[in-house]
Design a protein around this ligand. Structure first.
Ligand code: ADP
Ligand code: ADP
Length: 220
């Protein structure tokens, strides 16, 4: 495996499995997992101004404005553990965010090395979201049917209680999917033109998707 800095962006609609796969890949790649949704939820748990501001948008299934989001993620990427790269999940979600990320990486002499895009049909995503449960402590993602914890309601990693996100309600999810197709899906073409996009079939078992991702990440 190369020792060059590696910045990998996991792209895909809500509930396509980005967080689940990032948790499995981060150890293999030895990269920090930088998930914008997790950063917002951490801020909300700590009741910071940023968290309370973001909640208004998250509850409506809309994107948090670019200015706030870019500043938050850039701050995270500026920490020492990201010096050798990062596994980005949920960011960028707009062309403006992608351009800001390119600019910041270029300044540091780095670039995006790979963008796996996890494709899953909308009706499958709705089913995944309705059974999703998250750990209150570490944010690990489970599913009541497709990826249950060993003990119902309890995280396997740290024993934290599991909860359902406020924005994982069917109406909000439909809005998040509309937002994905309008504002985020243009990134597929953006990264294809830069030669870093790889499409991955996300409508398979969790293990099968991990295998496909391991292959594309290993080959890049
Ligand atoms: P999912 O896992 O379903 O894709 P996330 O946890 O990534 O959802 O994001 C939850 C919510 O946080 C989004 O619906 C949006 O309101 C906000 N959010 C997360 N990342 C971004 C981003 N890059 N830009 C703007 N808003 C974001
Ligand atoms: P994202 O981070 O893209 O929003 P998650 O990783 O949180 O998505 O996955 C959404 C839900 O779907 C979770 O409940 C997760 O356990 C489940 N899930 C993820 N990948 C698969 C898969 N390949 N098959 C079935 N369920 C999955």
């Amino acid at each position: 495996m190369t020792t060059e800095p590696r910045f990998i962006v996991l792209l895909g609609p809500p509930a396509s499995g980005k967080g689940t796969q990032a948790a499995r890949l981060r150890e293999m790649l030895d990269l920090p997992h930088v998930a914008s949704g997790d950063l917002f939820r951490e801020n909300l748990k700590n009741e910071t101004d940023l968290g309370l501001k973001a909640k208004e948008y998250m509850d409506r299934g809309e994107l948090v404005p670019d200015g706030i989001t870019i500043a938050m993620v850039m701050d995270r990427l500026g920490r020492p553990d990201c010096a050798d790269g990062a596994l980005l999940d949920g960011f960028p979600r707009t062309i403006a965010q992608a351009e800001a990320l390119d600019e910041a990486l270029t300044e540091r002499g780095h670039e995006i090395s790979l963008v796996p895009c996890i494709a899953v049909p909308d009706e499958v995503l709705i089913e995944r979201v309705s059974g999703r449960r998250l750990c209150r402590v570490c944010g690990e993602s489970y599913h009541v049917k497709f990826n249950p914890p060993q003990q119902a309601g309890i995280c396997d990693r740290d024993g934290g209680g599991l909860y359902q996100r406020d924005d994982d309600q069917p109406e909000t999810v439909r809005q998040r999917l509309r937002v994905y197709w309008e504002q985020t899906s243009p990134l597929i073409e953006y990264y294809r033109q830069r030669g870093v996009l790889v499409e991955v079939d996300g409508d398979q078992s969790i293990d099968a998707v991990t295998e496909d991702l391991r292959t594309v990440v290993g080959d890049s």
